[in-house]
Unconditional design. Structure first.
Length: 114
């Protein structure tokens, strides 16, 4: 089973940018779709963005135009470029297949200050 490790989170001011990475322990080439999810304190985990093997993407309405998901199958890595960050984007960000399958990783904390 492929294990996923998220990185790239941090503390940033509103309007700033971060790039998250999700490194897989094995090949993601045959995984149809990968997704980035987030969970804010007291809220349910939600899908932020997803990318299919053919690079078709979809985004939550709250991040459209600000976030970009991409995948590098040769490097077994999925990225999430986050621009124009808002305090409401503060959460722990996770990657997984889409729909999610298997255990969740430790995630990476993103904190956006106002």
């Amino acid at each position: 089973q492929v294990q996923l490790v998220e990185s790239g989170g941090g503390l940033v001011q509103a309007g700033g940018s971060l790039r998250l990475s999700c490194a897989a322990s094995g090949s993601i080439f045959n995984i149809n779709a990968m997704g980035w999810y987030r969970q804010a304190p007291g809220k349910q985990r939600e899908l932020v963005a997803a990318i299919a093997r053919g690079s078709a993407t979809n985004y939550a309405d709250s991040v459209k135009g600000r976030f970009t998901i991409s995948r590098d199958d040769a490097e077994n890595t999925v990225y999430l470029q986050m621009n124009s960050l808002k305090p409401g984007d503060t959460a722990v960000y996770y990657c997984n297949t889409h729909p999610p399958f298997g255990p969740w990783g430790q995630g990476t904390q993103v904190t956006v200050s106002s």
